[in-house]
Design a binder for this molecule. Structure first.
Ligand code: FMN
Ligand code: ADP
Length: 310
């Protein structure tokens, strides 16, 4: 899969099948649509193109919008690269871009820049300034500019929407099992390991504190989870605490992972943790000894879980 940072930097002079959308989560429902795109392109001897926008239109159009997404843009790129898609165009969504009329958008972006000969699109897709144009308008533009429009049914769109809603809700509630089932892969957090309060090591549970720079990334609800990471090419399991660490008087939400059977400096390293299951809620303990006992129990729980399901 090749990536382009705007429609104008896409310079492939070949007829294409194009799909447009956010595809947040790249979940099972999205994959069915992407398979259709890729299969259709292969059948017609064309290239497959996904046109997506970044930042998310709502981040740009609704000032102060607190939209949270299942994937960061780089996670999405990686997930999409596994689908067989030929070209991913991440077009910058700006206030100026949002003011393009429907005809300008279709002519300049879809037809001239991307070479669309076929557009596969949801029955309810809307586009152009103030989202005034519909799939019927797109069909009319199609006869003018010689591309075909293939509609994704209401049922398929509703499956996609239901999945996205369920995944978001499940992640917020810490229900990783449900989220992973709809995603078709383990939910992940990616960031850099930063210094914390250095308390972890004093109770023999050093924790790598993950800083996620993308403030729009959806973070699972507070609690303790079983996770895994790839560190130096090896699979390492861990237990992650997400929360404010009330026992040590913390205020900010942190994401801290103790890796099992591991002892290495991780500061400043890029790290991705992938979620397997939830163990428990975050609690406030009376003493550090009680906290340490609880973490020991979490560790035992995780080791048993991994022995049975790993
Ligand atoms: C598996 C695990 C479970 C944890 N559970 C809780 C908890 O329930 N309540 C809490 O206040 N802190 C909990 N903590 C967080 C500790 O308070 C925190 O890791 C410790 O303060 C170390 O912080 P530091 O990395 O800044 O040194 C947990 C940490 C781990 C690794
Ligand atoms: N098994 C391990 N799991 C997590 N971090 C570890 C482990 N072993 C060593 N470390 C290192 O210890 C650091 C965490 O120690 P800790 O005392 O919790 O300090 P901090 O408060 O700065 O996170 C990690 O960032 C990592 O560099």
């Amino acid at each position: 899969m090749k990536e382009y940072s705007s429609a104008t930097s896409y310079k492939i002079d070949q007829p294409s099948v194009v799909t447009i959308g956010t595809f947040d989560g790249v979940h099972v429902g999205h994959k069915a649509i992407l398979k259709r795109l890729v299969d259709s392109a292969a059948k017609e001897g064309m290239v497959s193109v996904l046109l997506t926008f970044f930042p998310h239109p709502r981040m740009v159009l609704q000032q102060g919008s607190d939209i949270k997404l299942i994937n960061t843009i780089s996670e999405k790129k990686e997930l999409l690269s596994r689908t067989g898609l030929d070209h991913l165009v991440v077009h910058p969504f700006t206030a100026e871009f949002s003011r393009m009329t429907a005809v300008e958008y279709v002519r300049d972006i879809l037809v001239h820049a991307l070479g669309a000969k076929k557009v596969i699109i949801g029955y309810d897709h809307r586009f152009g300034r103030n989202r005034t144009a519909s799939i019927n308008d797109l069909r009319e533009f199609g006869s003018l500019y010689e591309f075909e429009v293939e509609e994704i049914s209401a049922q398929e769109i509703s499956e996609v929407t239901v999945s996205s809603t369920k995944i978001r809700k499940a992640i917020e509630e810490g229900d990783i099992t449900t989220a992973n089932q709809y995603l078709g892969y383990p939910f992940m957090l990616s960031g850099v390991v930063v210094k914390g309060k250095r308390i972890g090591r004093t109770i023999d549970y050093p924790t790598a504190n993950l800083l996620i720079k993308e403030t729009y990334k959806l973070i699972p609800g507070n609690g303790v989870y079983i996770v895994f990471s790839e560190i130096n090419g090896s699979l390492v399991y861990g237990i992650t605490s997400i929360g404010t660490n009330p026992t040590v008087g913390g205020k900010n939400k942190t994401i801290e992972t103790y890796f099992l059977d591991f002892n290495e400096d991780l500061y400043d390293r890029s790290l991705r943790i992938e979620f397997i299951a939830r163990i428990r809620e975050e609690e406030t303990f009376e003493t550090m000894a009680d906290l340490k006992d609880a973490i020991q129990k979490d560790e035992t729980f995780a080791r048993n879980y991994l022995k049975n399901f790993g």
